[in-house]
Design a protein around this ligand. Sequence first.
Ligand SMILES: [Zn+2]
Length: 358
Amino acid sequence: MKIVNWILAALAAAGVIFCAVTAVSYYTFPAEDYTRQISDLETETEQVKADTDALERQLAERAEEIKEDLSRAGDEGARVQEEIARLDGEIASRRETAAALQERVDMLDNIYENTLALREEYAGKIRQLEEKIVAGESDAKICYWTFDDGPTYVTNSFLEAAAQYGAYVTFFTSREANSSDYDDTEETERGILRAEAMGGHSIQNHTYSHQYEIYGNVYGKGIDSFREMVEQQDQWVYDSTGFKPGIFRFPGGSAWAFAKLPKEEMLAVLDELGYVWVDWSCDIFDNSVANPDGYTAYNTAMYEIRTMNIAMILSHDWNAATLFAFQRAVPQLQEQGYLFLPLFPESWCIGNTKILFS
Ligand SMILES: [Zn+2]
């Protein structure tokens, strides 16, 4: 078996484990439920331990009584012996219960750290594969299909399609970008973000407001406003999923952003907030101005990606035409050897994916 196949097998295994643990983590988040659950269990554990201690004291008293009152020998003595044996059994069973409860408390206490450790392992394996591809040591190809501006009412259909084809994708999310959706309540959006996380996809930051116009609050109102828009989305994703994003995509792309605010200042803000940033290498032009039909968007994707071993596609999960393009392109690209993987901050793409104007 070639080394690349080993890496691919490990990658697949790590992906499955990561998704499973992410799903488990989801049920123990958000923090309120999680903390209450641990606190309940801790109370229960303490209670069982206290009961066990009380029983032990009772048992010791009984034993003392036997020693003190020899007249209780005979039938009475046997009865007391029996009672002591029963209490002994009860203590053993309570100890077992306490140990099992303690184990569950420990597991819940560490599940978030365990998930993060698995995430890092998974990202490390993807990075390893990227390096093999870049060095020409692997025939594998990677497609990072990214969706900007969601979640929207179309997002669930993208998630279904991704699950159908075993594809992992990346969402550059923005709370307010599609606030005119027919059902854009906080609860609905949180639900979609969680579904993205449970599907093993990457959820990243595309600012809270997405107002990237000249007077918008992303670039038009100074660096502090820019920072606020990044921080707010960061918090929104964390509160909704329990995971902090680490990759930023500038609304309008980096070229537009750097023309509006000093590049160094923006990069310093991102760095300070723990972010790297990325553009894209393939644009399927599914924006509202070009507004292509599904077949055109599909053709653009297939044409643009043809020379790339590691490609990053820019698209939007508010566009139903894009859904058609995605459903059609993914199985064909998989046949050509492309793996659809979630983007992590450790990726080779960071700093290497320039906007290509083809
Ligand atoms: Zn956008």
